[in-house]
Design a protein around this ligand. Structure first.
Ligand code: 5GP
Ligand code: ZN
Length: 114
């Protein structure tokens, strides 16, 4: 738990969020500033700063994050496809320093990203 981390606060129920899934390991909630009709964030409850901080011991957690991303996409009805994004570090566009997987869908995505 990082006291100043907004996603730690959400994980502890100390900051409200539109939660769509939670278990002991993970939480999924709606992004405050959605980039599409569906925009979910999948986070570990435990504070991890970014993808760059994960090690071999986190293989199961990483698998859970990605499998949950696909599962919530199914629940959202995103059968035609969706975008998963993990921004890492300042140059990667990360603005919240707690690992999260974006799941964005409900519109046509384009490539390359900005
Ligand atoms: P990043 O830019 O770090 O990849 O993504 C952070 C995301 O978190 C952004 O899409 C932003 O809209 C979202 N966000 C930031 N603060 C909050 C918050 O307090 N609640 C929710 N639900 N989303 C947030
Ligand atoms: Zn945190």
């Amino acid at each position: 738990m990082e006291p100043a981390c907004v996603f730690c606060l959400i994980a502890k129920g100390q900051l409200p969020a539109q939660t769509v899934f939670e278990d002991q390991e993970l939480m999924v909630f709606r992004d405050l500033n959605p980039m599409g009709p569906s925009h979910l964030l999948v986070i570990p409850r435990r504070h991890i700063g970014s993808l760059a901080e994960l090690g071999q011991e986190d293989r199961d957690l990483l698998g859970s994050l990605m499998l949950r991303a696909a599962e919530v996409a199914r629940q959202e009805g995103l059968a035609r496809g969706f975008r998963t994004v993990i921004n890492t570090g300042p140059e990667g566009g990360q603005t919240v320093g707690h690992l999260h997987v974006h799941v964005i869908g409900g519109r046509q995505m384009t490539w390359p990203p900005g």
